[in-house]
Write a protein that binds this ligand. Structure first.
Ligand SMILES: [Zn+2]
Length: 131
């Protein structure tokens, strides 16, 4: 399944970043998914849950944001939503020089992790000596 390899890659990248940041656990990961990236958000969320097992991301929440496909026509400058399956032919001039502006995104936009636990607070004991 395509989503499984994407999920494994996301978990791998986030775990490396979290480890180098000294994190003890990851709570939330946000990703942007282009409409034309060929990834189904629900399937990715399911695979993400499996891929997190036994890693720093165990139990983390995945937030997905979809990015609509947009294309523009070089000869006439028209821009439109491609939809899915993508409509890549300009309706105005039927030109063949179409540029894809967005919709193939697949990137991690946000990661929230928990910091290492703070050192035990010994203040109350030292206060009792003062009184
Ligand atoms: Zn055109």
């Amino acid at each position: 399944m395509h989503e499984m390899s994407v999920a494994l890659s996301v978990v791998d990248q986030v775990e490396q970043a979290a480890r180098s940041g000294g994190a003890h656990g990851v709570r939330r990961v946000a990703v942007e998914i282009g409409e034309l990236a060929g990834v189904v958000p629900d399937a990715l969320a399911f695979c993400f849950g499996l891929a997190c097992g036994g890693t720093l991301l165990e139990g983390a929440e995945l937030v997905t944001r979809s990015v609509p496909g947009r294309a523009s026509c070089a000869p006439c400058g028209r821009a439109w939503d491609t939809g899915m399956p993508p409509d890549m032919i300009c309706a105005a001039c039927r030109g063949g020089a179409t540029e894809l502006l967005s919709g193939r995104e697949l990137r991690i936009t946000e990661v929230h992790w928990s910091a290492p636990p703070a050192a035990p607070d010994l203040t109350p004991a030292s206060r009792s000596e003062e009184s």
